[in-house]
Design a protein around this ligand. Structure first.
Ligand SMILES: [Ca+2]
Length: 287
């Protein structure tokens, strides 16, 4: 009997450690955000956006140079023009809009949640993003000169009659020539707003969220696997850089790491945690 209780005790301790390590890993996936970091907030408006944000560097996105950004409440960072559309399209979008969509869906920050953003040339942050990019793209010897962090913090959806919220982030960085976009997912609980056919009680169904990027032309775009399907609810467990919950792309021209896109599967054991990560190649859609 004593051995049984000792066994239960150790299993309990291991479970606690696994849980805490998950929480820690999930939170360190996100770049720092919020009022503590002097982030600005977008207005509380269903389909609203930040003011036009001038940036002090050249941000090349598919061979075009941009100097202005918008952070749009509905899960999009756009170039030159805001995006108020609340039901997402699958990429490519045909009207020439260029934008990055960490999670394009009908966010409603009037109900709950904040949309934060800031640009930074803080040395500590630049070192962090430089280290991350050089880990994923070692041949570049990249040195970040600027970064932009947009974070949707515990946002709910239009028409919500539930407490479901999503937290995700887009990080843009450049050295003025080569540019990258990193998408970080902390917690995804809903995928569609009520005006997009979603269920107001659970945020599921209807037209699900779209993730990826759209260059504004018909040949350069990327749909994160699962986009526009119910599978997008699991985006926090997929990756193209073997790091579940993070997707990273070089975007000054069309390049996807390793030439292909992977959907990741985290292998978890009842005791001992989630130690193995198995990449499954699902598509190679380079153009
Ligand atoms: Ca909205």
């Amino acid at each position: 009997v004593l051995c049984f209780y000792i066994y239960i005790y150790f299993v309990f301790i291991i479970c606690i450690c696994v849980f805490l390590s998950f929480v820690l890993v999930s939170h360190t996936r996100m770049y720092p955000y919020g009022p503590k970091y002097q982030d600005r907030r977008t207005p509380k408006a269903d389909d609203g956006a930040s003011p036009r944000i001038p940036i002090p560097v050249h941000f090349y996105f598919y061979n075009k140079n941009y100097r202005f950004l918008y952070v749009n409440n509905n899960g999009v960072v756009s170039f030159d023009v805001p995006v108020s559309q609340y039901t997402p399209d699958s990429f490519p979008v045909e009207d020439g809009r260029a934008f990055v969509a960490p999670f394009w869906a009908d966010v409603d920050n009037r109900i709950t949640g904040e949309v934060y953003y800031r640009q930074s040339q803080d040395q500590q942050l630049l070192q962090r993003v430089t280290a991350d990019i050089n880990t994923y793209f070692p041949h570049h010897k990249f040195a970040a000169a600027w970064l932009f962090v947009a974070t949707w913090d515990q946002v709910t959806f239009y028409g919500a009659k539930s407490s479901k919220v999503n937290t995700f982030q887009a990080v843009l960085t450049t050295n003025g020539n080569v540019s990258f976009v990193m998408l970080n997912y902390l917690d995804i609980q809903w995928i569609s707003g009520a005006a997009s056919g979603g269920d107001p009680y659970n945020g599921l169904g209807g037209t699900p969220a779209q993730a990826g990027f759209n260059s504004g032309n018909q040949s350069h775009y990327f749909n994160v696997p699962g986009s526009w399907t119910t599978s997008i609810i699991s985006i926090f467990s997929t990756s193209n850089i073997m790091n579940p919950g993070r997707w990273v792309f070089q975007v000054n021209e069309f390049i996807v790491p390793n030439g292909c896109v992977y959907k990741g599967v985290l292998i978890c054991h009842p005791v001992g945690g989630c130690s193995a990560y198995l990449p499954l190649q699902v598509q190679c859609n380079r153009t």
